[in-house]
Design a protein around this ligand. Structure first.
Ligand code: SAM
Length: 231
């Protein structure tokens, strides 16, 4: 296959993936409260080259609407979940976003299409390094990457207009609430592995109080790191 026809194949596969995401959005509307995702989010989903972020040899599966292994026991999330979580944040072009769990870098690329700057933290060094290289190679210069534990957020760049956690936490890390700008939104899967996990949308109002909505049952790899236990 020539490079031009490979690109055509990927473009067609992305369009089909977007149709499947839209169909799934309709099917889950009762739980999520949204029967369709915004045109901005759907444009990002049809634009970002997911095949550049999957594991080598998995390019042909890149546009299936399912998670895929990326090494180190981690996954690149299902495209429908990437679209849903992005849509829930209702990002504006000037926004500053924090993502915890860079993984492959794909979700960060989608966020980079929707916001001005994306800060993203990955705890597993080889994954974080590879994602940083892939994001640059794909032309995403508005993504700032860091290797480390995202449980404490990234205070130096706070407050954030929106925060997305892409690994399941046993509870909502308090630092992330603190680093969210009043009026901002945080989306996070909560629950332990092997048992029920729910995607939560937390909105912070102007007076600093928060409101939580339970959106959907989900399955994510666990958020590791976290507070150091007291002796
Ligand atoms: N957003 C990713 C993508 O687009 O490929 C998918 C992320 S994967 C489902 C979850 C990621 O969170 C893993 O790469 C894992 O190593 C990372 N992770 C888990 N705990 C973390 C923590 N405390 N801080 C930063 N990253 C963490």
């Amino acid at each position: 296959m020539t490079s031009a026809s490979a690109q055509d194949t990927y473009t067609a596969a992305r369009a089909k993936m977007a149709e499947e995401i839209s169909a799934m959005a309709r099917d889950t509307a009762v739980e999520t409260g949204r029967a369709a995702f915004s045109p901005r989010v759907m444009n990002a989903m049809t634009k970002v080259a997911r095949h550049r972020f999957v594991a080598e040899g998995e390019e042909r599966s890149a546009y299936l609407n399912r998670p895929l292994g990326i090494g180190s026991g981690q996954t690149i999330s299902q495209p429908y979940i990437v679209a849903l979580m992005s849509d829930l944040l209702e990002l504006k072009p000037g926004d500053k976003v924090l993502e915890i769990g860079t993984g492959s870098g794909y979700q960060a690329a989608v966020l980079a299409e929707l916001a001005a700057t994306v800060y993203t933290i990955e705890i597993i060094e080889p994954l974080g390094r590879l994602a940083a290289q892939r994001l640059l190679a794909a032309g995403y210069h508005n993504v700032v990457t860091r290797i480390g534990d995202g449980y404490q957020g990234w205070a130096q760049h706070a407050p954030f207009d929106a925060i997305m956690v892409t690994a399941a936490a046993s509870g909502v890390p308090p630092a992330l609430i603190e680093q969210l700008r009043p009026g901002g939104k945080l989306v996070i899967p909560v629950g332990s592995q092997g048992s029920h996990q729910e995607l939560r949308l937390i909105s912070k109002s102007a007076d600093g109080t928060t409101h939580t909505r339970r959106v959907l049952g989900v399955r994510f790899v666990p958020l590791t790191g976290g507070p150091v236990p007291k002796q």
